[in-house]
Design a protein around this ligand. Structure first.
Ligand SMILES: [Zn+2]
Length: 179
């Protein structure tokens, strides 16, 4: 199975299940550090919902065209820069020690993805609210153990909880406190 992270018009980063897990985990660590504005938390929710432990192996991924980048050129530009900043921080190996594995291919994934994002014109997007959360749908909770934003209220726990502890235990816990 392949997960596709593309621009919606043919420029794609096609990743195996394992590669997808790596990309999502390094982006999760980076977006938790940089999120400040409401839109940032919407993007953080998009990242948090790319969780194969919950959604199923090989069925996550999204296209840049599905993201609501904003209604003005200035907003779209700022949001695109934010995504590039997140990718750049991930590429700087932000908190990679906490992955507890060596991700040798992650720099190549991130470089390829940055190129796709950089070349994308956000004005061409056709946002899909099923993929990208609306203004009230941003990430509002963090995992106290792993210090990243989670997909709550869709489900409890973060990608690291689900990978390292198994899903059964995390769904029985109370929701994380507000961010
Ligand atoms: Zn966690």
């Amino acid at each position: 199975m392949v997960c596709v992270f593309g621009d919606g018009s043919g420029r794609d980063l096609d990743l195996s299940n394992g590669g997808t897990t790596v990309l999502v985990e390094v982006l999760t660590l980076a977006v938790a550090e940089l999120a400040r504005e409401p839109w940032h938390f919407r993007f953080a929710m998009l990242v948090a919902t790319q969780d194969q432990s919950i959604m199923g192996r090989g069925v996550v991924g999204f296209h840049l065209t599905e993201i609501d980048w904003g209604t003005t050129g200035a907003a779209r530009g700022a949001n695109q820069r934010f995504v590039l900043d997140v990718i750049a921080l991930a590429a700087a190996r932000h908190r990679w020690r906490e992955l507890r594995y060596d991700p040798p291919h992650a720099p190549a994934y991130l470089a390829a993805y940055a190129e796709i994002v950089r070349g994308f014109d956000p004005a061409t997007a056709r946002p899909d609210p099923e993929v990208f959360p609306g203004p009230d749908g941003g990430a509002v909770a963090s995992c106290a153990r792993h210090r990243v934003l989670t997909a709550w209220p869709h489900w409890d726990g973060c990608v690291f909880c689900h990978r390292t502890q198994g899903l059964a235990g995390t769904l029985n816990r109370a929701p994380a406190p507000g961010w």
